[in-house]
Design a protein around this ligand. Structure first.
Ligand SMILES: [Zn+2]
Length: 396
């Protein structure tokens, strides 16, 4: 929004006069100190069409279902506003991902920014650096944590990666760090291990993962779809791929057996086969038919799964793309995007402690794991926040 691709060069952005004013207005509002919720409600009141409506009306995306309700035309969400305010594309810069796929598990000392290339001044800016910085400073100064006290935005989403039970929030140590602990372990320390994870580490890692995948989906929908399909394939093994051939074979064999059955009856009627042999062969063919039917059923289900996976992947990519530029996690956006977050045990390494989480996205399923580093700490010790290598690391 605010730009469109140049007709003669699809890699070049030109100002879209029809929508650029909306972007400028959003930045003006943010500069005036309005929060993202307030900006969204103002645009609704002013009846400014939202970004997905522009995409729909220009035939870029099929949102026909959403816009069958005409009031949705002005349905701005605060997340979209935040995405716009944080997006350096409006300064005239282009952000590209350096790697094809960036989320393989492992640990490299690399900051997320190192995986991105920013190319400055690739197109005409819509806002000045000053307006951009000011808008972002104002938005970011708002609190990231839920103000409703004890209720965590992660409530109901965090599961122990070992036993599958929920993890619940505790306060740990002298400094009362907010942590999550496996519920099984909390009841009986013999049954599981504590899986403790710091709220801040979890927050940073989940936000980084969503940011990465949202940006990917926004920049290259096909790549995001392919990624989701590939990960689902991996999770199920390559079983689905060979299903089509096997299904054909099973159906062919089933027809053969049916024909042999028919012939068997003819042989029996004409007396060419003894009663004993007839009964034995009937049993044999019946058993094979039953087995083939079972096999055909299973293969058809596998084929349907492949089709569903594809559809889910597309849905996932479309949903994620709307969160490009996301700056903050809320109970609302987390529950919309994430099915569950599995937390694995901390593991000590030579220079600290690392931990892996697995985020299962809605529609997308299990897309990858994220490994990040946390500082080893002794009971009652201090944990400095904001140290670079403690932060979630995007790994290639
Ligand atoms: Zn557990």
């Amino acid at each position: 929004m605010g730009y469109r691709k140049a007709p003669d060069n699809h890699n070049k952005l030109i100002v879209d006069e029809e929508t650029a004013w909306i972007i400028k207005r959003i930045f003006e509002y943010a500069n005036a100190g309005m929060g993202s919720h307030k900006i969204a409600s103002s645009l609704r009141k002013e009846q400014v069409p939202c970004p997905s409506w522009w995409q729909y009306t220009r035939g870029e995306k099929d949102y026909s279902q959403r816009f069958s309700d005409p009031t949705n035309k002005y349905e701005w969400s605060h997340t979209v506003i935040r995405g716009i305010i944080g997006n350096p594309v409006y300064l005239g810069h282009t952000i590209m991902c350096k790697h094809e796929t960036v989320f393989k598990v492992g640990l490299l000392k690399k900051t997320p920014d190192a995986d991105r290339i920013r190319v400055d001044n690739t197109h005409e800016p819509l806002v000045s650096q000053e307006i951009f910085d000011n808008a972002n400073a104002k938005i970011l100064s708002r609190k990231r944590e839920d103000t409703s006290g004890n209720v965590s935005i992660f409530s109901g989403l965090i599961k122990c990666g070992t036993c599958g039970k929920a993890m619940s929030q505790r306060y740990w140590g002298r400094d009362r760090h907010r942590i999550f602990v496996c519920n099984t372990y909390a009841k009986n320390t013999q049954r599981c291990t504590d899986h403790r994870i710091f709220y801040d580490d979890l927050y940073d890692a989940v936000l980084a993962d969503i940011q990465y995948h949202a940006q990917l989906a926004y920049e290259d929908r096909d790549k995001a779809v392919a990624l989701a399909i590939r990960m689902n394939d991996k999770a199920e093994g390559s079983r689905a791929k060979s299903s089509e051939g096997k299904l054909k074979q099973a159906r062919k064999r089933y027809d053969e057996v049916t024909r042999m059955f028919d012939r068997l009856y003819e042989d029996s009627l004409s007396g060419r086969i003894s009663n004993d042999n007839f009964t034995r062969l009937v049993d044999k063919y019946q058993a094979e038919q039953a087995q083939l039917l079972e096999q055909i059923d299973a293969l058809e289900r596998a084929m349907q799964e492949v089709r569903d996976t594809r559809q889910n992947a597309v849905q996932w990519a479309d949903l994620m793309a709307e969160y490009a530029g996301i700056q903050e996690l809320t109970a609302e956006n987390l529950n919309l995007l994430v099915e569950r977050i599995e937390v694995f045990d901390r593991a000590a390494t030579d220079d600290g402690v690392e931990q892996t989480i697995r985020i299962c996205y809605r529609f997308g399923g299990y897309i990858g794991e994220r490994c990040f580093k946390v500082k080893a700490m002794k009971h009652g010790g201090h944990r400095r926040k904001g140290v670079d290598n403690e932060k979630a690391l995007l790994v290639s």
